[in-house]
Write a protein that binds this ligand. Sequence first.
Ligand code: A3P
Length: 321
Amino acid sequence: MDSSSTGSSMNQEIDLDKLPKALFWGKLSLYNWKGFWCFPMVMKSVLAFQSHFEARSDDIILASFPKTGTTWLKAICVSILECQSKGDDHDHDGGDQTDELSKKNPHACVLTVENNVYGENISNPDDILSGLSSPRLLHTHLSYSYLPDSIKKSNCKIIYITRNPKDTLVSFWHFMVKLLGPYPFEKAYDESVKGIMHYGPHIDHVLEYWFEHLKMSEKILFLKYEELKKDPKGQVKKLSSFIGRPLNDVEVEQVLWKSSLDRLKDLEVNKTGVVSHYKIPKNIYFRLGVVGDWKNYFTEEMERNLDEITRAKLEGSGITF
Ligand code: A3P
C-alpha cells in the first residue's frame, strides 16, 4: 500500500504529473489513469500484465471491484474445480477438512494478477504462472479496459461479481480502517461518491464488465453478491455449468459448505497470518457477509444521494441493485 514508490521505469512510461491526483484515506496518492483511480504501483503492474500475459483458452479469470465478494467467488471456484477433480462424496457432517481451502486462504489459492503475479518486487511472473495447473484460476480487480488483449481475444472465461454499492462501501470502509487506520465514514463516503476508491469509480467498473457481458455472454458471466446470498444453489449451478464443470445437487451443497463464510472464518488457516506480498491480515477478509449492513451506517441523505448517483450512471444499462 505504499503509493510513494513510483519506480523509475514507470516514470518513463507514465508521467504521473500529468494525471489527476487525489488523496486517499488522507495519506495515499491515487491517480486517475484512463478513467480509473490507481496507485502508481498498480499502473506498473497493469503495463506488465498487458505486455506479458498470454491467456490460455481454458483460463478462468475472476474479476471484481474490491469488497464485492471476491473471497467468496475465489473459494467457490476452487471448490468447484477440486470437487470435480477428486470426486466428492463427503458430507459436511463428516467434517471433511482435507480440501485446499482448509489448508490455504482463498487469496493464496487464487492469485490476484496485478498484486501476486505482476506486483511490485516480483521478479518471476512467468515462473509463477507456469507453476499453476490447468485450468488456471486467476483473479483481477482491474477494470475490463485495463485487461490485456490476450484475455479479451482468447476463449478464456471471465466471471465478474458485483455488489450493491452501499454495502460495498461499508465493507470497504471496515477493511481499510483495519489496514490503514481510523478514518471517518463520512469522509470515505464523500470520496466514494466522487469515485475516489482504488480501481474506482465503482459503477464505471461494473458497467464496463456489464456491457462486455451483454456482447459476449458465453465469455463473461455476471454475478451479484445479493443473488448468491438469495439463491446460492441456483447461482453455483449456473457458475459451474458456465465453466464447463456442471455439478449435481450433492456437489453444489458441498461447494457451498466448503466456501461458506462461517466455515472459512473459523479455519485456523484464516485466523492468523497475512496474505499476498502486501501483508494483508487474512482474517480481515471475513466479516459479516450480509446484505443491507449499509443501513447501520448511512444517513437518509447519504442513501438518497448515492442511490441517485448510482441510478443516473446505470440508467438505460439494464442493471439494478
Ligand atoms: P462484509 O464486509 O460486508 O462482511 P471481498 O472478498 O471482495 O474483499 O469482499 C469482502 C466481503 O465479502 C466482506 O463483506 C466479507 O465478510 C464477505 N465475505 C468473505 N468471505 C465470504 C464468504 N465465504 N461468503 C460470503 N461472504 C463473504
